[in-house]
Design a protein around this ligand. Structure first.
Ligand code: FE2
Ligand code: FE2
Length: 286
């Protein structure tokens, strides 16, 4: 199978290629449709996680968190320090993995590397979840991880557990509960406030250092209602649609590489340290 990032149209055969990736990273007894399974047999912790997430992620909350964290005044850390710092965390929202955070990051990056993608994309795989350090700054997991979605307009019923939005203060707010809400049609995601979490936070930390497709992968990788369900096309512009090809290219590496095989973190470290030094040297403001 051809490498999608080297084709004339890299994304034309994404679906075949996604299926191929699933075949290459099999997990015993885990068919592809078992990933992101939020049906009746979902772990109770995952359901409760989304209950809290959907109840509290409203316009006012998002504004408050942006004011609190986006000055990036928590601390300064190198990428590797952030990886080690993050490694103590277990993600309650994720039904698919028991790997440590560093193992998940390296597994994602190694799968991207094995397919011959550009170095910036390998690095994106390595760092894409580092925004989860928010949890270690005392934030509850429902305000850090899980699927993201726009606030300020109606919540799509294609978001996981949409029934829990009935408890969100914006649900009954006439300013926010129409398809466009406070936004103009096709205004572009740059003008949209997303629910607060690790995607937006890491994007803000690295936004001056990586190419646009890498930034889109980081900023929208948890926006499943957008990149998988196409539930917010009415707010997106042509540039967003172009960037979402890249987000979709990235997604299977994040999702389907969560297999039981653990990467050898110490052996891989020199390669990744060099990659970090190429794009994100020294310390960053978090
Ligand atoms: Fe993530
Ligand atoms: Fe991830």
């Amino acid at each position: 199978m051809q490498n999608p990032s080297q084709n004339e149209n890299p994304l034309a055969d994404l679906h075949d290629w996604e299926a191929d990736l699933v075949r290459r990273y099999p997990e015993p007894d885990k068919p592809a449709d078992a990933f992101r399974n939020y049906g009746d047999d979902t772990r109770p912790g995952v359901r409760e996680f989304y209950h809290l997430n959907h109840r509290y992620q409203c316009v006012e909350f998002v504004c408050q968190k942006r004011e609190q964290f986006l000055p990036l005044r928590q601390r300064t850390m190198s990428i590797w320090e952030a990886m080690e710092f993050l490694n103590t965390l277990v993600d309650d929202s994720d039904p698919d993995t028991d790997l440590t955070q560093i193992e998940h990051l390296m597994q994602t990056a190694e799968a991207i590397r094995a397919d011959g993608h550009p170095r910036w994309m390998i690095l994106t795989g390595l760092i894409h979840d580092l925004g989860k350090v928010l949890c270690l700054f005392g934030e509850p997991q429902w305000a850090v991880v899980g699927d993201t979605f726009p606030v300020g307009c109606a919540f799509s019923d294609r978001i996981v557990f949409p029934e829990y939005f009935a408890e969100n203060p914006d649900w009954a707010d006439a300013r926010y509960n129409t398809p466009y809400g406070i936004y103009e049609p096709n205004t572009g995601l740059d003008n949209i406030q997303m629910s607060w979490g690790h995607d937006e936070y890491l994007y803000q930390v690295v936004k001056d250092h990586l190419p646009k497709p890498a930034l889109a992968m980081i900023r929208y990788h948890s926006f499943y209602a957008g990149h998988r369900e196409s539930a917010y096309d009415h707010l997106m512009n042509d540039h967003d649609q172009e960037m979402f090809h890249w987000v979709r290219l990235f997604n299977p590496y994040d999702l389907y590489t969560k297999s039981a095989t653990r990467p050898d973190v110490e052996a891989l470290r020199p390669f990744y340290q060099e990659l970090i030094d190429e794009f994100l040297p020294g310390t960053l403001a978090w």
